[in-house]
Design a protein around this ligand. Structure first.
Ligand code: DC
Length: 221
């Protein structure tokens, strides 16, 4: 039986997770947020006082880390060495760390293995940077979401403000996203890029609902 695999890639703030979550609910399939895995590796490095760019230390972490994904009421929870870290991985420091650890091949190899295993076992909509190009090159449906840097920074800034905790300025959020764009696109191994057969959608002036409808219309064609 062939699995339903939907790949949604793109830079930070392009709307991938909002859209992927809805598609998973509507289609009754699992949503896998692969960024959460890179964030979890970064959290472990930061908690251990390590530099997230240190390839030797991160390779060692990747070889020994215990990451588990569970679904509670259709929502992904991620566990680091037995602890639920789903909220802890959402800080700006972890975002930058995740982009740094994602450059290191041993980290990617370990996480991609886990991602492919899940896609073999379940029908999934998976979001990330390299899903259509590297993780699931044979996925039947591939989408690549983009949006202007300002719009993506505004979305991320609004999310951080809504959390009602201390948060960075708009300029800092924008700079962090620009840093990640460059870092994620320029790495040698499985960089952020659009698969040749992916459908590109510019979400700058679209509502999440419009993007969801557009994607569903392509899938149901
Ligand atoms: O999607 P996100 O913002 O949670 O991802 C955090 C970082 O993880 C992102 O800047 C780059 C990295 N990442 C990756 O390299 N490949 C993926 N498939 C998903 C995320």
């Amino acid at each position: 039986m062939s699995r339903i695999n939907i790949a949604i890639d793109g830079p930070a703030g392009a709307g991938k997770s909002t859209v992927a979550k809805s598609i998973s609910r509507i289609m009754g399939i699992v949503y896998l947020d692969t960024g959460a895995m890179y964030r979890t590796v970064a959290l472990k490095a930061l908690n251990s006082g390590l530099d997230t760019k240190d390839a030797a230390s991160l390779t060692n972490i990747a070889e020994n880390i215990d990451i588990k994904i569970e679904y509670k009421s259709n929502e992904q929870r991620i566990f680091l060495d037995g602890t639920d870290v789903s909220e802890m991985i959402r800080t700006p420091e972890v975002s930058i760390g995740a982009s740094n650890v994602a450059v290191i091949p041993a980290v990617r190899i370990k996480l991609v293995e886990l991602q492919r295993k899940i896609a073999q076992e379940m029908d999934v909509v998976m979001d990330g940077r390299d899903i259509g190009t590297f993780v699931l090159p044979n996925a039947k449906y591939k989408f690549f979401l983009i949006a202007s840097l300002d719009e993506r920074a505004r979305r991320r800034y609004d999310e951080l403000c809504a959390k009602n905790t201390e948060h960075p300025s708009f300029e800092e959020v924008r700079n962090d996203i620009a840093y990640r764009d460059k870092n994620d696109s320029s790495r040698a191994f499985a960089p952020l890029s659009k698969a040749k057969d992916a459908i590109e959608i510019d979400t700058t002036s679209l509502s999440p609902q419009e993007v969801i409808e557009l994607i569903l219309s392509k899938i149901n064609k």
